[in-house]
Design a protein around this ligand. Structure first.
Ligand code: URA
Length: 220
């Protein structure tokens, strides 16, 4: 939250400077922790669609806010949009998305539209590189707010970037996949990212086992 708040304050200060303002009184302490993100998904989407707090906003075609059931019990979190997602403004619609959809519909036996799908960063990193920490940490409050609004019982972290920024833990995904992490508000199940599975089909067995665990936790 702090980083997004600081970035927003900095942007305001630059605007004021460009208008000739050279001095403003320091902010009161209590204001510092308050980042007024709305408790409504559509209002939040509007803010995110207009976000210019990091460099990724300069190269994106579309913001990829996330999509699905706003009352979902189950949420999937990926890393960030790729080329197809950037074109369409929707998460997981490329090759990795097709695999994710199969995992949801053929293993969990639920419609993709019944879950919620989002990413750590909402704008495509150039050449699909991993988001930089400053980009991920600036964008993360939007994801945390989505989680707070949707209140899923289970979140599946797709790959190490999602796992890392949801937990602040740096263990490799191969070590934590298939475990159930109690995050108080929800249970987190880390698994491999679908793009990794496309490159390493032999790991699909483990991802399948992880999905069976999710299915069991859902009670379905
Ligand atoms: N990879 C991700 O991490 N997210 C998407 O939305 C698509 C591909």
């Amino acid at each position: 939250m702090k980083r997004l708040y600081n970035a927003m304050q900095l942007k305001k200060l630059y605007t004021l400077k460009s208008l000739g303002v050279n001095f403003i009184k320091p902010l009161k302490e209590f204001e510092k922790d308050e980042l007024p993100l709305p408790n409504d998904l559509n209002a939040l989407r509007k803010i995110v669609n207009n976000c210019h707090l990091c460099e990724l906003s300069k190269t994106r075609k579309h913001v990829v806010f996330g999509e699905g059931n706003p009352n979902a019990t189950l949420m999937f979190v990926g890393e960030g949009p790729g080329a197809s997602e950037d074109e369409q403004g929707r998460p997981f619609v490329g090759r990795a998305g097709m695999l994710l959809t199969k995992m949801i519909e053929n293993v969990l036996l639920i419609k993709r539209s019944k879950v919620y799908i989002a990413n750590i960063v909402k704008c495509r990193p150039p050449n699909n590189r991993t988001p930089l920490p400053t980009e991920a940490l600036t964008c993360r409050p939007y994801l945390f707010k989505q989680i707070e609004i949707i209140k899923p019982k289970i979140i599946v972290a797709l790959g190490s970037t999602a796992y890392h920024y949801l937990t602040n833990d740096t263990k490799p995904i191969s070590k934590v996949r298939g475990s159930i992490i109690d995050m108080k508000e929800f249970k987190l199940i880390p698994t491999y990212h679908p793009s990794f599975l496309l490159r390493n089909p032999s790991a699909k067995k483990e991802a399948y086992v992880d999905m069976l665990l999710v299915k069991k936790l859902l009670g379905s």
